[in-house]
Design a protein around this ligand. Sequence first.
Ligand code: F3S
Length: 400
Amino acid sequence: MELTPDEQATYDGERGPVHQKAMEILVALGKIYGARSLVPVTSVQIAGVSYKNLGMPGKEFIRWWVDHGARVRRLATLNPAGIDRKRWKELGFPEEFSTHQREIIDDYAMLGIEPTCTCAPYEIGNLPKFGDHIAWSESSAVSFANTYIGARTNREGGPSALAAAIVGKTPCHGYHLDEQRAPGVGYDVTATVRNEADAGALGIVAGRDVGSRVPFFSGLPPFETGWYKQLGAAMAASGSVALYHVDGQTPEARAKTVRPPEETRPVESLDPAYELLNSGGERIDFVSLGCPHASLEEMHRIAEMLRGRKVVVPLWITTSVATAAQADEYGYAAVIEGAGARVVCDTCMVVSPIETFGYETVATNSAKGCYYLQSWCGVETRYGDVHSCIEAACTGRWPQ
Ligand code: F3S
């Protein structure tokens, strides 16, 4: 890897141990992935926040940077944590877990990172422009930034994102390069895609098939923003897709800077995905919406569906503090909470210690959520659109 004189001096320790360690992380990764140089980034999004994932070793890793006076030099925001910082007690999060979690978030904030705790940073001001090089780490956010915005990021790990925020650069390889953004396999979709759940189901079908290639979808109806979130999140969970293109819709496909690949496969049915994601029975214990974190528009729609109704099983709508504050301002949060549901901030069903809550079957409109609830949290799931999930919350049963 070629380093500039300034980068080399940092690597050699002339700017102290913090910058040296951050540069060592970036150079090590750059060598592994064959990067020729570093590229400046305009923004960073840091995963590796929940105490459920980090445990004590991760917590001590972050403390090292605090103890050595590290500060980030780019806009950097945090991924969801394991608790709602404000309402953790009321929502039943374990006390010891919550204490560790709050200390981790405080440590990140000491580094100059915005403690936003969201996987939808683009909803709340961490919004790159087309062509910007960035270093983001949460898989659905990475997919959204690459695909919908046309920014350029690999899927960073928590430590490499932190290192990028401190140095202000990231190794230039993978999706930072034009040639790596070219689609490798096309999916001609004749299956019906009507809503966010179908988009997520399509993500499961394609994610399990595509391998390490970039998918290119054709035949899709005009997509709503939330459908991109679900399709990308599902493909990131079921495969390792960090970028996709939609014919005539995503920016690089519209600009024709990427061309349809020669190999195209048909997608005639989403049934295999629905079968996989509906592992649970009819009785529902818990309903979760807001994976990826809900936008203001999604909160509005959910509030309208809940107006005048009451939930009979817990319903969480997970989002950021900033979006929740807007939902509060416009009265959506009052309607949601008036129905007995909860606007839950900073966390989600997957990165919170949900397995300690004793739920057996969780309903959600997130294919990614189902995927991880089944595989990581040992919980059965029911999967469908937001209407089905609201119905399940208000009746305790999955609608026929
Ligand atoms: Fe976000 Fe949690 Fe879903 S981090 S994408 S809400 S699993």
